[in-house]
Ligand binder design. Sequence first.
Ligand code: NAD
Ligand code: WQD
Length: 337
Amino acid sequence: MKILVTGGLGFIGSHTVVELQNKGFEVVIVDNLSNSSLDVIEGITAITGKKPLFENLDLRDKTRLRAFFEKHQNIIGVIHFAASKAVGESVGNPLLYYENNINALVYLLQELQKKEQAHFIFSSSCTVYGQAEKMPITEDAPVVKAMSPYGNTKQIGEEIIQDVAKVSNINSILLRYFNPIGAHPTAAIGELPLGVPQNLVPFITQTAIGLRQELSVFGNDYPTPDGTAIRDYIHVVDLAKAHVVALERLVHKQNAEKVEVFNLGTGTGSSVLEVIKAFEKVSNTQLPYKIVDRREGDVTQAYADTTKANKVLGWKTESSLEDALASAWKWEQKIRK
Ligand code: NAD
Ligand code: WQD
């Protein structure tokens, strides 16, 4: 069973390729290396004992994408990770985000529409909920106006898939990730942020290793128990496993609707200070940090109601916040050696 993983050399994609290969799927990765490196293939091979097929291809290249699908006619499912994902960059360069995240999706769906049937998993985000009124967040919480062009590409992406599924043989699962963190426990693959990390955990590990002087905690005046913002941090390996289960659901035609939506989180919210404390514990370090103003566009709290994913997919997270932070720390130490 051949599966196309777009963006399969990236953070979440690479961990998903590992889980797919562990389950016996044959994987072909398409990635343009815009935010990843070829070394990731070695990492995946070291963990699984199997080298995935790889094509260096930009999904916006419609002609080459068509040729790719002609060459790999036996692809039965697609997990689509490839996208640009930096929220701040998307505000400064919206057209880059609309072009990359939307065009690539449209061209992929055009190819899949030609098939007798297609199974399509889409990387969406909890960002579609904005500041949800009720915690934990269920899948039927309203999708609110996006705060950034990046967030908007996820909302538009979901709508495109809904529209296309109605008139085609494409069945799809939209996965709304909360905050993926961590690395493979072997430290053979992990997250490779370009430049100064925008996300909390890579900033923490880079500070602990001495690459950054101190962490800025964005705001301690939120209406939360300790005043810092709350998120749902999920171990990337748990997240990766959910993709395999979702794909199997489509392949075995167990889906109840043409397009299904699932939240992927742990169900538990952690504040920034709690994450710092947990990191200090697992790394046996003291993290230098200071409190600064809130970051524009940040929500107060977001954590998932995972009941639907737990019941319908039969999936649940296995790792704790500490496990995830320990794996991120092990990875940081390994790559700086
Ligand atoms: P990532 O940047 O590590 O991986 C994306 C991969 O896609 C990279 O390897 C990049 O080189 C590739 N890529 C980008 N544009 C491409 C194109 N036009 N053609 C071919 N390859 C291309 O990102 P990630 O953290 O692994 O995220 C994967 C997906 O999950 C993205 O769609 C992202 O928006 C979504 N997501 C991520 C998070 C998060 O916090 N990491 C949260 C919610 C949703
Ligand atoms: C987590 C918490 C920050 C950095 C972003 C995107 C979202 C999604 C995941 C893709 C917040 C605080 C952070 C720092 C800090 N991506 N923080 N100091 O903001 O929940 O979501 O990534 O879809 O779309 O917006 O994640 O890791 O940036 O921040 O205090 O240096 O850590 O304020 O409360 P976020 P994050």
